[in-house]
Design a protein around this ligand. Sequence first.
Ligand code: APR
Length: 278
Amino acid sequence: MTFENLLKAFMDGNGRLTVLSGAGISAESGIPTFRGPEGYWTIGSREYRPEEMATHAMFSRDPWEVWAWYLYRRTVCASAAPNHGHRAIVEMEALLGDRFRLVTQNVDGLHLNAGNSPSRTFQIHGNLNFMRCAQGCCNTLFPFPDQVEYKKKNQAVTPVEKELLRCPRCRGLARPHVLWFDEYYDEALFQAETAFQWAITTDLLVVVGTAGATTLPMHIGHMIFKNPRAILVDINITDNPFRTLARNHPRGVVLDGPAGDHLNKMVSTWKNHALSIR
Ligand code: APR
């Protein structure tokens, strides 16, 4: 069956769709991918990789350097707008309603800005627009204090901002609402288990713009074909472990090229099909 006919058959049935997104979808909005050259951060004469900066260990040692890095990343994200790939995923949700869920690793908030509903979106790595208590006095997500400025690269956190980046409840240090490399996925903060259970029982899993370097998404990839109906689609501009899974399975589909183009083609197929059967 062609991919187009497969999409039409999916639309006619009552199967569920999961879109699993990574940094590649936001690349077309001008946000550098996580492992691109912009990810590096200089402290003194040393360059740090995201895998070192985005850790609880680093935050414990040097919270203000880690905050400065996140405030800069937040600035990059805040000046970016959703692109046609994000908008295509909004259309998918509109077409499929409760048959749809989005699992995103992106902390830029662009899926929600584009219009995907918070109730059907699992932000399994958090969202940079929020902070929470670093001591864990509560799980409340606090919006950023307005007075904290957007930052240039390597711009330090000011003494006034250090007072603002505190937990409003216990006054201890606040932290960005993200999942760090040395932390575990968590249901209370990230709905990780709910996202996982939905995704592995889904009928169509569309993986878009991820390098497949994180554990929960890859676990979904390794489980998906246990569902005898499931189809895995990988959209990416390079090889990645999801593509390998898709390539080596009869129910796998590889779509090579930019995220936005392929997602919009899928939406067009579904819309035209809906019109043709009216
Ligand atoms: N269209 C499709 N894919 C793209 C595009 C594009 N226009 N541009 C880049 N890509 C792909 C790259 O080929 C790569 O496979 O997006 C992927 C980006 O990989 P990463 O930067 O590693 O991002 P991601 O996979 O989302 O990282 C996952 O790891 O570092 C942690 O928590 C962080 O959420 C992040 C997670």
